[in-house]
Design a binder for this molecule. Structure first.
Ligand SMILES: Cc1cc2nc3c(=O)[nH]c(=O)nc-3n(C[C@H](O)[C@H](O)[C@H](O)COP(=O)(O)OP(=O)(O)OC[C@H]3O[C@@H](n4cnc5c(N)ncnc54)[C@H](O)[C@@H]3O)c2cc1C
Length: 416
């Protein structure tokens, strides 16, 4: 616990601006009372998007509307104001937000929750020819283009760049829909020596085994040197044909972090202390993927939500002259779906596979969507869902790190 510096007037209704309203920003908005604070929330896009399930748009088992909630009504439901605009700068010296349309917002406190942007690592042609995998629109367009290519009846060469969580989930959805078609070829490229590099090696073998009957080739331990419209050049000097290149290569800090001087060096994420307070300006808090804690954590939606709430709580502590709380973000397993072929629960130490895990991932999605939705619109359903969701995400998922809890799920295969 850190003591906040007391320079604020008790009882004053301060203006808080939240930049970015997805997992972290929306949670922060929900945790601030409109009686205590005047809150303005700014985001470029009109919808909250549940990104962990966007791969399902590729096969069409989810539609864009399943994964989106309207931001304006959610935020107005909390008693706050929603502004749809792109923030170009958070000016920590002037305590002012500048937007692309020329609007300016003075603030007393700011929460920056801008997430990350697609990272093509400067690979020539990647920005121009590869399709990003970072939003509902991105994945919907990938699904549409794939359907169009396959419908032509010609050979379709699909290249997925990245064999981590996003790339594997994309592969699973493509196999779900197209694996029976002999004219569909899929190549997966991963720079690390194995797929899903953050977990144990046997997950890699399991995925390769499941793909054996289909036209899938894996190129691990190699990087992409250049992307052209119909050709991919690898560091191994292999050249792959590609009718559609899906880029799941990672994310990097958005330009606004640089423009606002919130990082320690250009291109880095926004530096925060253990309480999510900016290391540059003490009335700015950073939450979610955009924040770089002293001990960096993986960029995950469940951390972003916890960080959004903590940023709002510490902001309130600061306004009241109370002590800050430190971020407590224990490691949790990830559930990686592989189309209808399998689902994996992975940690850095062990992994399981089994279809029952798919139901857990779907429950987490459904319950989080209800939990994110406006309590006024949903009335009593919200309370019930909140309780169930607390059980699902707050209890079930962390408890799945224990072998005994996993055994109780039944029909799971331990990958070792
Ligand atoms: C394909 C994919 C699969 C994933 N799977 C999982 C998973 O299985 N489990 C998991 O826990 N996590 C998963 N993640 C990660 C998870 O989605 C992120 O950790 C989470 O979205 C981070 O939340 P955030 O609120 O920090 O940022 P984001 O969700 O990225 O939201 C940032 C918001 O800020 C807005 N914004 C950005 N810049 C500006 C600006 N200048 N002005 C105004 N608004 C701005 C954006 O429009 C956006 O709404 C996945 C991510 C992807 C892309």
């Amino acid at each position: 616990m850190n003591k906040s510096s007391r320079t604020f007037i008790l009882g004053h209704r301060y203006h808080v601006v939240i930049v970015g309203a997805n997992f972290a920003g929306l949670k922060a908005a929900s945790a601030l009372s409109s009686e205590d604070f005047r809150v303005t929330v700014i985001d470029t896009h009109p919808y909250f998007e549940f990104l962990p399930n966007i791969h399902e748009l590729i096969s069409g088992i989810k539609k864009p509307a399943n994964l989106r909630l309207p931001r304006k009504s959610l935020i107005e439901g909390f008693g706050h104001t929603f502004i749809r605009d792109f923030v170009t700068k958070v000016d920590g010296e002037k305590k002012r937000i500048d937007t692309a349309t020329g609007q300016k917002f003075d603030y007393d406190f700011c929460i920056v929750a801008v997430g990350g942007v697609n990272n093509t690592f400067g690979v020539e042609g990647a920005d121009q020819y590869a399709m990003p995998f970072k939003s509902v629109e991105n994945c919907y367009l990938i699904g549409q283009k794939l359907a169009h290519l396959v419908k032509s009846g010609d050979r379709t060469n699909i290249v997925i760049v990245g064999g981590n969580l996003e790339g594997i989930e994309a592969l699973g959805e493509i196999l779900r829909k197209y694996r029976k078609l002999a004219e569909v070829n899929i190549a997966v490229i991963e720079k690390s020596p194995r797929l899903l590099p953050g977990t144990i090696a046997s997950v890699d073998s399991e995925i390769r085994g499941l793909c054996q009957p289909f036209n899938v080739s894996f190129h691990t331990g190699v990087g992409v040197e250049k992307v052209e419209e119909k050709t991919i050049y690898l560091s191994s000097e292999e050249i792959l044909p590609s009718d559609i290149t899906i880029w799941t290569g990672g994310s990097c800090a958005p330009k606004i972090i640089d423009e606002s001087g919130l990082n320690n060096a250009p291109g880095q994420w926004a530096a925060v202390n253990h309480c999510l307070q900016s290391q540059k300006y003490n009335n700015i808090f950073i939450a979610g993927d955009a924040a770089e804690l002293p001990n960096p954590i993986s960029k995950q939606a469940y951390y972003a939500m916890d960080m959004g709430i903590l940023a709002a709580e510490n902001l309130q502590h600061m306004a009241n002259g109370n002590s800050f709380a430190n971020a407590n973000l224990p490691a949790r397993p990830s559930i990686v779906t592989f189309g209808d072929l399998s689902t994996f629960l992975v940690t850095d130490k062990f992994a399981f596979s089994g279809q029952s895990l798919a139901a857990i991932k779907e429950s987490i999605f459904q319950l989080n969507m209800v939990r994110m939705d406006n309590p006024i619109r949903l009335g009593g359903i919200f309370d019930t869902a909140f309780r169930i969701n607390s059980a699902a995400t707050g209890f079930v998922l962390p408890s799945l790190t224990s072998f005994s809890a996993l055994k109780r799920l039944g029909k799971l295969k331990l990958l070792n």
